[in-house]
Design a protein around this ligand. Structure first.
Ligand code: CA
Length: 255
């Protein structure tokens, strides 16, 4: 399988800084989006620390096997790549803890993160918080991740509709984030990929403006991936662009 990608980020119309951060490493087949929070420069520091932590760990463990020494206990019930991603999130989380310990003004900073690591026809997905992964297959859009957010919990119990959630004043409240605390829980899943699939990783700046149908409409376009990314950013900004916006789009092709 061959993976091609494009990525774009924008601070949006109503923000002066961009607390989103991303990495698209086709050589590692690793793609990450993180959305920091914490005010001043702290949100930027948090998202960058976690992205760098994940990338550095995945890069350093390309030939790692379960019987070697891992920085967090190896889970034998999960694949090597699932362990690499989960440990990568833990290492990113430790970077946040170290930075907070070194600089009290960073206290309270945190970030969401979503990452995919691709190996053959399998994509290993990890996420914490409300950055999302979508898959477009045969023209059909599917959301692969379930947000760790207050509005998602309300939708699940039937107290809020998807549309109302996108406009709710508490739509930015996440129930899980990488904040440097030791009890970090990472959701991991493996998804089958086939030739022609497109994946989108994005921050909430995209989907609080565009609904899943609109995101699917963009991803279905038969244009190059760069144009798709920019169409998503443009769509979010045209809708008011209240937040930072980041999109990483991948296409899987049999070669
Ligand atoms: Ca955001």
């Amino acid at each position: 399988m061959h993976v091609s990608s494009a990525s774009a980020t924008d601070k949006g119309l109503r923000r002066s800084t961009n607390e989103d951060c991303f990495s698209a490493r086709e050589d590692l087949r690793l793609f990450v989006v993180a959305d920091g929070m914490g005010g001043h420069a702290a949100g930027e520091v948090a998202s960058q620390a976690v992205v760098e932590g994940i990338v550095a760990f995945v890069e350093a463990t390309q030939t790692m096997s379960p019987d070697q020494t891992w920085p967090v206990p190896f889970d034998l019930e999960q694949s090597v790549n699932a362990n690499r991603l989960r440990a990568g999130f833990q290492m990113g989380n430790r970077r946040i803890a170290a930075q907070i310990a070194a600089s009290s003004e960073l206290r309270g900073m945190a970030t969401t993160a979503v990452a995919v690591l691709i190996d053959g026809g399998t994509g290993t997905l990890a996420h914490v918080g409300d950055s999302r992964a979508y898959r477009l297959r045969d023209g059909q859009i599917d959301r692969l991740t379930r947000d760790h957010s207050w509005v998602e919990e309300q939708i699940r119990v039937g107290a809020l509709s998807e549309t109302a959630a996108r406009q709710h004043p508490w739509r930015n409240i996440v129930t899980r984030a990488l904040s440097g605390s030791e009890d970090l829980e990472v959701d991991i899943q493996e998804v089958a990929l086939q030739s022609g699939d497109r994946l989108l990783l994005c921050s909430d700046g995209v989907f609080t403006v565009l609904d899943d149908g609109q995101i699917g409409e963009v991803l279905r376009r038969k244009t190059d991936l760069d144009q798709l990314c920019h169409a998503l950013i443009q769509g979010a900004n045209d809708g008011g662009g209240p937040d930072n916006v980041t999109a990483v789009v991948l296409e899987i092709n049999a070669v």
